[in-house]
Ligand binder design. Sequence first.
Ligand SMILES: [Zn+2]
Length: 202
Amino acid sequence: MKIAKAISSLVESFEKLPGIGPKSAQRLTYYLLHVPQRELDEFGKNLERLKKDTVLCNVCKNVAEYDPCSICSDNSRDKTTLLVVEQPLDVLAFERSGKFKGIYHVLHGAINPLENIGPDEIFVQPLLDRIMNDELRITEVIIATNPTMEGEATAMYLNKQIKNQKSKVKITRLGMGIPTGADLEYADDVTLTQAIEGRREI
Ligand SMILES: [Zn+2]
């Protein structure tokens, strides 16, 4: 049996998504055939707008509607404490916990030699530039990369780079509570709060 092109194309698109295998891709596609056309149009429009209507904040590199983002332009935030995370989803997790009132820096990845991802492939230099800029008066950098091998390697690298360039800033790493190998974005609010409160200087 020859499958309609429109169906096989959509199945292929779904298969490219993380965690979606061929079976799930088929199931989703055939499910959508039962959805009213106007909902599909809406879905398509949202997909189209996803990248067109978002920007990277030039300050923190988070994905946002405007540049600078709502956190960077919020004067009530503590601009002296900078929390470094791997992904925009990590920012969401910390914001959900409501316990962190400082500002962020999103690396968009972690150093991973096996995948050929070095410091230049992620936003390390913009981070160092921010920390070194005396006008910004950053006094503490909390490194909140994931407790995975890549996240730890990234934390060690950042620690070394920051210490090489500016010794005055306090560098801390999240405290216990986050299981080794886990992704921060899945940590619950209590765990994240404990991790921030239990941070230690490195
Ligand atoms: Zn920002």
